[in-house]
Design a protein around this ligand. Structure first.
Ligand SMILES: O=c1ccn([C@@H]2O[C@H](COP(=O)(O)OP(=O)(O)O[C@H]3O[C@H](CO)[C@@H](O)[C@H](O)[C@H]3O)[C@@H](O)[C@H]2O)c(=O)[nH]1
Ligand SMILES: O=C(O)[C@H](O)COP(=O)(O)O
Length: 310
């Protein structure tokens, strides 16, 4: 792990866009933003990537996860192509959650490399995309490049605040240390800003909901070893923070995916939390979906066969 950390961690990524365009050659890049009700922030994230379109980036797609606000219109106005989750894979009824739209994005785009960025980022940096692409474009072995950053807990936090990433620090990193200690050098295992090779992404299952990042990390390591992973410093990341209660459900989903990848299969789970109503503590049960979607390569082969059938 120490050797990987030294060799595959870029503390100050310095690739220029020109260098990366040269290294890219004939390969293509799709940038994908999953979005559920992000009308306030999605335009800013699209605007941060838009200047790279036609230069380093070949397509910029917002995959809408069933928003009921103005996310799709705002994203389109800012210059992204908007894909609704029901626009692709018509035979697969959409499921809720982030993993579902990332999985569908593989069928909605055709870049050789994909970059995922969350659309709730506040003050996103234009340098995120070039930095994430650097290791994929300049080295032969990485298949997955994770971003890392300082994470303030609140948008209004001071410069020194590092209190964010509660699920990351209190669950995901301890869990990896127990289940897959080789991955202890990954600074932000859950981060939503990462880049990957399409051939890798199409070869693995996609976990439901918020399990998708830990699933991809564990699978990249399982199939490609530490050499398949890299991480780059993206500076500071601010986002819309969720409540502790919402993070509890997220943590259950991430735990389910990690256990699925470790020989304890789980497909759904009832997760009970408690709320105090008029002095009484009442249970509140959430059905947590833990089932994976199959590798997209298999799905596309089946789709092609179906369209060829008489
Ligand atoms: O059903 C959903 C839920 C979320 N999102 C989008 O996914 C992104 C991240 O979702 P968010 O709820 O903001 O997650 P975080 O609280 O930021 O959780 C962190 O940890 C998660 C678990 O690894 C990752 O999925 C996130 O990217 C990462 O930022 C945002 O753009 C959302 O709009 C969807 O598209 N569909
Ligand atoms: O990545 C995480 O740990 C969760 O998104 C929570 O992040 P926060 O504590 O910064 O809200």
């Amino acid at each position: 792990m120490a050797a990987w950390l030294a060799e595959r961690t870029w503390q100050s990524p310095e690739w220029t866009v020109e260098e990366l365009v040269r290294a890219k050659g004939s390969r293509t890049v799709s940038v994908v933003l999953p979005a559920l009700d992000e009308e306030r922030t999605v335009g800013g994230v699209v605007a941060a990537v838009r200047p790279l379109l036609g230069v380093l980036v070949d397509e910029l797609v917002v995959v809408d996860s069933g928003s009921t606000d103005d996310t799709a219109a705002v994203a389109a106005r800012a210059g992204a192509r908007v894909v609704r989750r029901s626009d692709v894979l018509a035979d697969w009824a959409p499921r809720p959650g982030k993993g579902e739209v990332l999985w569908r994005s593989l069928a909605a785009t055709d870049g050789d490399l994909l970059v995922f960025l969350d659309s709730d980022l506040v003050e996103p940096e234009p340098g995120f995309v070039p930095a994430l692409l650097g290791p994929l474009l300049t080295l032969p072995d990485p298949v997955l490049v994770k971003g890392f950053y300082r994470r303030p807990l609140r948008l209004e936090s001071t410069e020194a605040d590092t209190g964010g990433g509660r699920v990351t620090e209190l669950m995901a990193r301890p869990l990896l240390a127990a289940l897959r200690p080789e991955l202890s050098g990954v600074i932000q295992p859950l981060g939503g800003e990462y880049a990957a090779r399409r051939d890798f992404l199409e070869s693995v299952p996609f976990a439901a909901g918020y399990g998708v990042e830990i699933g991809l990390l564990l699978d990249a390591h399982q199939h490609h070893g530490l050499a398949g992973l890299a991480q780059v410093n993206l500076g500071v990341r601010k986002h819309r923070n969720r409540s502790l209660r919402q993070l509890g459900v997220m943590a259950r989903q991430i735990l389910g995916t990690a256990l699925n990848r470790s020989g304890w299969p789980q497909h759904t789970s009832e997760f009970t939390q408690f709320t105090q109503v008029a002095g009484e503590w009442l249970p509140d049960v959430t059905e947590v979906l833990l089932a994976d979607r199959p590798p997209m390569r298999e799905v596309l082969v089946r789709e092609r066969l179906a369209t060829r059938a008489p």
